[in-house]
Structure formats: structure tokens, C-alpha cells
Ligand binder design. Structure first.
Ligand code: MLC
Ligand code: AMP
Length: 506
């Protein structure tokens, strides 16, 4: 019999279950059964609009129960879910819609005007969905049956495409199969001992691997519940913490919580687990957290293309500054540039292989091939060091990438946007240590001779070109970029020059 493995394991198993799935900010609760009925109604609405299995649904909507129900509807109907950061400006969304050939763009009501233009330009339909049961797709879901005949899918069928930027060229769509997502959800639920008794405090966005797959899929596969918060807000976390058992976050969550004196051992005494990932957690933060609460944060490591690769153990030694051993079923090696594994203790590129590793970049076979070894290992671009007993430490990145508050920014994209502006001769974009975000984006700009540039004018000119989180927090104007004998910009020198910029806060 044909089945839909991802739907069956995450959602179908809860059919008819009047068990709690989502607790809302206002204290109300939604059962698994009611959630599935909402998802089924969306599946009817979407297929009624002619969206077929395998079609891409580009989604730029705010976090809500309905947004998660649309994800479930896509899995059930075999539609490829393509979530987009709500911070992206229409010029950025345009590329994703065009590149993916999305059949439908689902926009928040406030962005409908701008995204209708984008959708029309690329022959896609446009529907809207708000956070309060509003929007044209919600209207279409009204009165639809509470059951939808699940479309069969196989392990290798695509469940989602998540776009990631690159050091060269435009963003690439990472193709994630049913098997990629399901194997990782099962592995994480087992590794972190998730059960139906867990209540996850969910404050991450749901357009990235962390909030959508690591947090939501792991909870679903274990049959647990979530407290769904619209965004990270220390007050809300502190209010809801007594009802939760677990929290997943980027390091900024933990440093911001530590900044609040109410966050202490008494508030967290009942908590089972705190997980950190998406960016390096400073060993100092780990220790400070333990000192304040008695809990040792569990740090894990992954990426969009691979899902999660390593994790410190639930039971056992959680080592600050490391991301732990490879997860069950995942192979992790540290290699030289040719892909030969290095002796333990040496620094090299982290490569991974396993059922968690994606199926390649959407319609970019050459880019996929460039990052894949013939033996199936994926080259992450992260620099790591493996201890004698198999704990991985991420020591840096071979890729030119900045991670601010858990969000990735590729300097090249920002440099290209700056270089396109009138009066800019050239630019270099770097990441600089930042107490709140880990790293912050800084641009060093060389004006054309005679041009009168100001930092404010440059920022204003970037506003409709780049999402706010990619825009520089500081722009320095200089006469010439430092270059080495080969003519290459010396970013290390620029980073050193600006290292103290945010030392005493933003
Ligand atoms: C918001 N801003 C950011 C930013 N988030 N700037 C840089 N980096 C960020 N991450 C901007 C806002 O637009 C705003 O601009 C200003 O910063 C202040 O915003 P804020 O109110 O302080 O931000 P907040 O809404 O609190 O968000 C910060 C945050 C959030 C850290 C809570 O960014 C967040 O939830 N990050 C998690 C990202 C994530 O899920 N990553 C996982 C990727 S998956 P202005 O000008 O209006 O003031 C992955 C794989 C893996 O990496 O291993 O998990
Ligand atoms: P993304 O492309 O958004 O999926 O980001 C993935 C990248 O985030 C990885 O390649 C790493 O560089 C980084 N990352 C994720 N988790 C960790 C971690 N625990 N420590 C250090 N870097 C991490």
C-alpha cells in the first residue's frame, strides 16, 4: 500500500487524538485532532486552487497555528513547502518565486499588494493568510471537510525547499526529502528523549530548519505539545516557562535570558532540557547559564542542507564549546581540501553523510556536485576539529559567512548591493563580534572620487534591496581597501580594525 511516510509519522498518527498540541500565548489550547482538521481544510483549499503534488508553495506569512497547519497541509497533499523569512523584501522574494517556479505565493495580508506583483510576474497565483484566521486562503478553507485523503509519497519525494545563500552567485534551494526530514526528527527525538509529556517553548521563527524541523518535527514525532510564541520575547518566555519542559534557541536567546534577573534556578528547576544551535554558543555563556540555573545547555550542530549532524549527549558529558559527537546514523569527518580524513585533533573542513543530507540544490546540479564528494559526503564549509573521543568543535568557517542572531548573511550579497549604489567604488563586508547577536554586519565602503557618501544615505538606499537583518549595523568610509600582493581584500585586517566596535553594546 502506498503511504506518505512523513505525514503518517508526524501528523497522521495523531488522527482523532484529543491530546494537547499547541498552547497559544493567550492560554487557549488546540488539540492534535483540531489541528489536523484545520490542515485538511487547507489541503482542500490548496488543491482546489489547482496546486498539484510536487508543485512549490512559496510562503511568507507570520508565525501562527494556521501557518503550521499550511505546512501540515502541504505534507499531506504532497505540495513542496517553501517558507521564506518574513524579513525579506519583495525584491528578494521575487528571486525565490522565479527560481522555484512556485505555483502559488502565500503572503501575509499586509504584503499582498507587493507580492501580488511578484506572483503575477512569474505566473504564480497569490493568496493571503493572516494570524487571526483572516486572509483569502482562510476564507477558502471555511466550510471545507475536516478530512483529506492523504496523497501518497515516497521517501525520495521532496517535502520542502529552503533557500540558503552562497559565497558566490544567488541563493540556492536546498531540496529536502520526506526521508531527510523524518530520519532527523526520529533521531533527535530519540537522542534528546522527547516524549508525549514534553511541552516545548517555541519562540523561534518557523521559516528555518531550527524552528520548523528541529523544534516542530521533533515534538510532533514524539507526540508532545508546544507553547507557540509569535517571536522571542524574554517576558513571554519567563511567563510561560513554568508550563514548559524544554526550550530550543539560538545563542542570543540564552544571552538575553541571562540578562534578566527573573531568569534563575527557581524558574527553571522543573525544566528538562535547553538546546542551543544555529550559531556558536560561547563556552562562557554555557558556564554562566549553568551557574545561574544549574542546567547545562545542550549544544548541537546542523545546517539547512543536512539537518542536524552532531549533538552533545542528553545523558553524558555536555562539553562547553563543542557540538558533541555525530548523531546516530550520521557520519561526520574532518578532512583536508581533497576530502581525505585528517588525524583526530587536526583542523579541517567538516563533511557529513547520512539519511539527513539533502537531495541537492533545486535545478543547480553543478552547484550540488561542487559541494558533494563522490562517496556521498557533503562539504559543509565549516572548519572543525575532532577530539580523540569523537567530539566535534566548530573552530571557524571556510565559507565567507556572517551569522547574526542565528541568521546567515553572505557578505557577497551585501557587497553587491552596496557596489550597485551610485558613488560607491567598492566595498567589503565583514562580521564583527557583537555581545547580543554574536556577530554583526559591518561594511567598509570606498567612495568613487568626488562622491559625497554618508552612512545614513547608504543605509536608506539599501532599505528596499536587502532584508533589515542583512543591512550593516555600521558603515565605515575609507579611501582604499587593504589588499594583499595578489590583490585580494584582506578581510582579516578589516575585522581586526573593527573588532572593538560593539564591545560595550550596540
Ligand atoms: C532582528 N534583527 C536582526 C536580527 N533579528 N538583525 C541582525 N540579526 C538578526 N538575527 C533586526 C530587526 O530587524 C531590528 O531592526 C533590530 O534587529 C532589532 O530587533 P530585535 O527586536 O532586537 O530583534 P528580535 O526580533 O528580538 O530578533 C532577534 C532574534 C531573532 C535573535 C530573537 O533574530 C531570532 O529569532 N533569530 C533566530 C533565527 C533562526 O531561527 N535561525 C535558525 C536558522 S536554521 P530595526 O532596524 O527595525 O531596529 C540554522 C541551522 C541550524 O541555522 O543549525 O539551526
Ligand atoms: P544555515 O545555512 O542557516 O542552515 O546555517 C548553518 C550554519 O550555521 C552551519 O554551517 C554553521 O556554520 C552554523 N551553525 C549551526 N549550528 C552551529 C553550532 N552549534 N556552532 C557553530 N556553528 C553552527
Amino acid at each position: 500500500m502506498m503511504t506518505n511516510p512523513l505525514y503518517d509519522a508526524l501528523f497522521g498518527r495523531h488522527a482523532g487524538a484529543e491530546t494537547p498540541f499547541i498552547y497559544m500565548n493567550d492560554g487557549s489550547m488546540l488539540t492534535h485532532a483540531r489541528f489536523l482538521a484545520r490542515a485538511a481544510a487547507f489541503a482542500h483549499a490548496l488543491t482546489g486552487l489547482g496546486v498539484q503534488p510536487g508543485d512549490r508553495l512559496a510562503v511568507q506569512i507570520d508565525k501562527s497555528v494556521d501557518a503550521l497547519a499550511v505546512y501540515a497541509a502541504c505534507v499531506q497533499a504532497g505540495i513542496v513547502f517553501l517558507p521564506l523569512n518574513t524579513a525579506y523584501v519583495p525584491a528578494e522574494v521575487d528571486y525565490f518565486v522565479q527560481n522555484s517556479g512556485a505555483a502559488l505565493v502565500l503572503s501575509s495580508p499586509d504584503k499582498a499588494l507587493a507580492l501580488a506583483e511578484v506572483a503575477a510576474r512569474h505566473g504564480a497565483q497569490l493568496q493571503t493568510l493572516g494570524t487571526g484566521g483572516d486572509g483569502t486562503l482562510a476564507d477558502l478553507a471555511e466550510g471545507q471537510p475536516a478530512h483529506f485523503a492523504t496523497n501518497p509519497r515516497s521517501d525520495d519525494d521532496l517535502a520542502a525547499i529552503l533557500y540558503t545563500s552562497g559565497t558566490t552567485g544567488r541563493s540556492k534551494g536546498a531540496m529536502l526529502t520526506q526521508a531527510n526530514l523524518l530520519s532527523n526528527a526520529r533521531t533527535l527525538a530519540a537522542a534528546w528523549e522527547f516524549t508525549a509529556n514534553d511541552v516545548l517553548l517555541h519562540a523561534l521563527p518557523i521559516f528555518h530548519t531550527h524552528g520548523l524541523f528541529v523544534a516542530t518535527n521533533t515534538t510532533l514525532v514524539a507526540g508532545g505539545a508546544m507553547i507557540l510564541l509569535p517571536r522571542f520575547d524574554p517576558d513571554a518566555l519567563i511567563t510561560h516557562m513554568p508550563q514548559a519542559t524544554t526550550l530550543m534557541g539560538v545563542p542570543t536567546f540564552y544571552t538575553r535570558l541571562l540578562d534578566d534577573a527573573r531568569f534563575d534556578a527557581a524558574l527553571t528547576a522543573h525544566m528538562r532540557l535547553f538546546v542551543s544551535g544555529s550559531a556558536p554558543l560561547l563556552a562562557e555563556t554555557h558556564r554562566q547559564f549553568e551557574g545561574r540555573t544549574g542546567h547545562r545547555i545542550l549544544e548541537r550542530y546542523g545546517m539547512t542542507e543536512t539537518n542536524m549532524n552532531t549533538s552533545n549527549p542528553f545523558d553524558g558529558d555536555r562539553r562547553p564549546g563543542t557540538v558533541g559527537p555525530a548523531l546516530a546514523g550520521v557520519e561526520v569527518r574532518v578532512c583536508d581540501d581533497s576530502g581525505a580524513e585528517l588525524p583526530r585533533g587536526e583542523i579541517g573542513t567538516v563533511e557529513v553523510r547520512g539519511p539527513n543530507v539533502f537531495a541537492g540544490y533545486w535545478q543547480m546540479p553543478e552547484k550540488t556536485a561542487a559541494e558533494m564528494r563522490p562517496d556521498g559526503f557533503f562539504i559543509t564549509g565549516d572548519l572543525g576539529q575532532m577530539s580523540q573521543d569523537g567530539y566535534l568543535t566548530i573552530v571557524g568557517r571556510a565559507k565567507d559567512l556572517i551569522i547574526a542572531g542565528g541568521l546567515n548573511i553572505y557578505p557577497k550579497e551585501v557587497e553587491e548591493a552596496l557596489d550597485d549604489l551610485p558613488g560607491v567604488l567598492e566595498s567589503a563586508v565583514i562580521g564583527v563580534p557583537h555581545p547580543d547577536l554574536g556577530e554583526a554586519v559591518v561594511a567598509v565602503v570606498v567612495p568613487e572620487p568626488g562622491a559625497h557618501l554618508t552612512s545614513d544615505a547608504l543605509l536608506a538606499a539599501l532599505a528596499d534591496k536587502l532584508a533589515r537583518f542583512k543591512q550593516p549595523r555600521h558603515i565605515a568610509l575609507i579611501d582604499a581597501l587593504p589588499r594583499n600582493a595578489m590583490g585580494k581584500v584582506q578581510k582579516a585586517a578589516l575585522r581586526a580594525d573593527h573588532a572593538g566596535l560593539f564591545q560595550s553594546g550596540d
